[in-house]
Design a binder for this molecule. Structure first.
Ligand code: M6R
Length: 366
């Protein structure tokens, strides 16, 4: 059942190219320059009239929501707020009929997310579910939705659910951008063509596995770890840190790279590994100067870089390459080595990778 892999998590990491393809199926028609998402199409009027989108989710799904915030705002120019479902539901939030709430959940059973959408519905908001499990409670409770089609995810640490959530949300943002006219038809076409290359590029990113394993071996005994990213890759830094925490029990934090100097920089010493997402697109020069700041405090730098990178290579202790793509799609690639790094460290530390202590696959209690 693990298909020859030692753990479900590794199997699921490797399934990502095909899982993303499954998410595209019937929806991404690049020859015709069309995106088809029935749940969006049938409710286009509501989407176009919406004042804002509120995303509610927990854990990794919340990170996918943060990536979506950057993508929706950039491409479709719709304001987005991303909320922890557990906070939203108890905050007496301001919600109106002109709000669209997107609930993101792999399992579709997360108690806080389910309660958040019930609250939103009671205030008249339109609820759109992005779930993986077909027929799950959140899927049923939503007014409309789009499944991720990642296939069953068994490992408690979410991997392919995350990348397929980002894929669905990107398709949605592109479809809405086209409908709103915030994107030209040639830009739209260009995005579709790039999106179509992602499964192959994820496959290529997976080829860093052996090298990532050697990096894991060097840092597996660390007590702390810092993950930094900017823009579209800031949420990827949060997700990388969560992945490491939950399966290896090493303390890790994700930060927007520029926030480092407002506190976490005090943690940096010769022992401290700092994983920096520094792809060519998106504030590259600024991230390089953040790396210089770390270097001058003798931190150990692991850079996630675009293939062929030169500047970060000169400064970092290690660099892990991912293929080049357009900026808004980089999270789908930069996530891959971070998943592999956590996986290898956890295995080397003899941890229960698929069923980490104290955690359940779906959190059906608040
Ligand atoms: O099933 P959901 O997507 O609603 O689950 C939300 C979180 O419980 C989940 O993402 C959790 O953070 C994972 N263990 C992360 O790997």
């Amino acid at each position: 059942e693990k298909g020859g892999y030692d753990h479900f998590m590794l199997k699921e990491i490797y399934e990502q190219p095909s899982a993303i393809l499954d998410t595209f199926r019937g929806r991404l028609l690049s020859n015709e320059a069309v995106i088809k998402l029935a749940g969006v199409e049938d409710n286009m009027k509501k989407f176009l009239a919406a004042d804002r989108i509120i995303v509610v989710a927990c854990g990794t799904s919340w990170h996918a929501g943060l990536v979506a915030e950057y993508i929706f705002e950039d491409l479709a120019r719709i304001p987005v707020e991303v909320e922890y479902a557990s906070e939203f539901r108890y905050r007496n939030p301001v919600i109106t009929e002109k709000d669209i709430v997107i609930a993101i959940s792999q399992s579709g059973e997360t108690a806080d997310t389910l309660a958040a959408i019930k609250l939103a519905k009671s205030k008249g908001a339109f609820v759109f579910g992005v779930c993986n499990v077909v027929g799950s409670s959140i899927a049923r409770e939503s007014d409309a939705g789009a499944y991720t089609h990642a296939g069953p995810e068994i490992g408690v640490a979410s991997t392919k659910a995350f990348t397929t959530q980002i894929t669905v949300l990107t398709l949605m943002a592109l479809r809405l951008a086209r409908a709103k006219g915030t994107m030209s038809s040639s830009e739209f076409r260009h995005h579709l063509i790039e999106l179509e290359t992602i499964p192959g590029k994820v496959e290529e990113a997976l080829q860093s596995d052996a090298y990532v394993k050697t990096v894991a071996d060097i840092y597996k005994d660390s007590k702390n770890c810092l993950y930094l990213g900017r823009g579209f890759n800031f949420p990827v830094a949060l997700e990388g840190a969560l992945k490491l925490k939950e399966i290896s029990y090493i303390h890790a934090e994700g930060y927007p790279a520029a926030e480092m100097k407002h506190g976490p920089i005090a943690l940096i010493d010769e022992q401290m590994p700092i994983i920096v997402i520094a792809t060519k697109k998106g504030h590259y020069e600024k991230v390089v100067s953040n790396i210089q700041e770390i270097k001058s405090r003798k931190g150990r730098i692991i850079g996630i870089v675009t293939k062929g990178d030169v500047s970060v290579k000169e400064l970092a202790d290690h660099v892990i390459e991912v293929p080049e793509t357009i900026e808004c799609l980089t999270p789908l690639l930069t996530t891959i080595p971070l998943q592999l790094l956590s996986y290898h460290i956890a295995v080397m530390l003899n941890k229960n990778v698929d069923q980490p202590r104290n955690l359940a696959k779906s959190v059906t209690v608040e």
